[in-house]
Design a protein around this ligand. Structure first.
Ligand code: AHG
Ligand code: MN
Ligand code: MN
Length: 337
């Protein structure tokens, strides 16, 4: 049996291997790991306690909020506020960013952006949900309080990003720009243990993942591409939790699409909380992520915190193929119907 490597041990070892590392990022990743364990505990007992159901409020993006969303949000904020390494937080569940007062000895230089619970409509029916996070370096002076521009980073500027999936097992997957590793929570010892080293996404796969119910609301080229996937007998899988759909694709190959629709002309998913961090992970694993204008997700310049974008992400050859469809069909307006 090979020796178990815990998340903490792995993070510390990686830090030691990097001569420029100061330990701050290490601390942050560990704190996110702790928050994930607390959220995991609550997600697992969600069916037992009266924590289910719609809270009644709407989040900053206008979506319905469920109680566990707020619980996860509060726990992440709590852990990061006490971390000493984080100077500001932006969450899908908060209208505005939260500045964090520097502890007396520290001039924290990282901001953390997150979707505390992704796929929350799945909670009531015991289907996987997740947490997505993105860590960036602040741009303003460390002596001052953070401002909006400290959060409006392009994806390429992320220092680390990842997600936690609360599924049949709880797994944390993250990257610091040097490959992607996955850690499975062993409930018997309460530790995330290295289970998936240097994850590589297959160049193509058998799965496509899209809300096919919106088919008629997609642009022509997108409908053509979805028809093509269906003609190839690819398997359609759509969980309604981006983390879960991407997790499958990361390991088994495939493509995830959330294009613009009439309801969401700029796409539904949030650039800073969902698309950028997952694009960083997928690209680091060898995949690709673009929007329906064929721009790389990680090069989009955000102009607001809750900005949405259309996204196509997954196996590199499949994303390239989709790109060809868009180029071909957008070049032939006579084929509109
Ligand atoms: P959240 O629960 O954080 O609001 O995110 C849900 C997102 C994403 O995870 C999922 O892929 C998508 O919304 C599902 O949207 P549709 O129901 O419109 O397909
Ligand atoms: Mn989400
Ligand atoms: Mn959410």
């Amino acid at each position: 049996m090979s020796r178990i490597v815990t998340l903490d041990e792995f993070i510390i070892r990686s830090e030691k291997a990097n001569v420029d590392a100061t330990g701050e990022l290490t601390g942050l990743l560990r704190d996110i790991g702790v928050a994930a364990k607390i959220v995991n505990r609550e997600v697992n007992k969600a069916g037992l306690v009266n924590i289910l159901g719609v809270d009644g409020a709407s989040n900053a993006s206008g979506d319905e909020v469920q109680k566990l969303d707020m619980y996860a949000n509060d726990k992440l904020i709590e852990c990061l506020q006490n971390s000493g390494e984080c100077c500001g937080i932006a969450s899908e569940e908060n209208e505005s960013f939260l500045p964090i007062k520097a502890l007396s000895t520290k001039n924290a230089k990282y901001v953390v952006l997150f979707d505390p619970l992704d796929g929350s409509s799945n909670i009531d029916v015991n289907v996987s949900v997740g947490t997505i996070f993105s860590i960036c370096r602040r741009k303003s002076n460390v002596k001052k309080s953070v401002d909006l521009k400290d959060f409006l980073h392009k994806g390429v500027e992320q220092v680390a990003a990842g997600y936690v999936i609360y599924g049949t097992s709880t797994i944390m997957v993250y990257t610091t720009g040097n490959g992607v590793n996955g850690f499975t929570l062993d409930p018997s010892i309460g530790e995330f243990c290295l289970s998936h080293r240097d994850i590589k996404i297959p160049a193509r796969g058998q799965y496509y993942s899209v809300n096919q119910g919106y088919y008629l609301k997609f642009d022509l080229e997108m409908r053509r591409y979805i028809d093509y996937c269906s003609d190839l007998n690819l398997r359609l899988r759509y969980i309604g939790s981006m983390v879960s759909d991407i997790h499958r694709i990361l390991f088994q190959g495939g493509i995830f699409l959330y294009p613009n629709t009439r309801k969401y002309p700029h796409g539904k998913l949030r650039l800073l909380y969902e698309c950028n961090p997952l694009a960083f992970v997928v690209e680091q694993a060898g995949g690709k992520a673009i929007n329906t204008k064929l721009e790389r997700i990680m090069e989009m310049q955000p102009v607001e915190l809750h900005q949405r974008t259309a996204i196509v992400i997954g196996s590199p050859d499949m994303v390239d193929e989709m790109k060809e469809f868009v180029e071909r069909y957008s070049a032939s307006p006579s084929q509109q119907f």
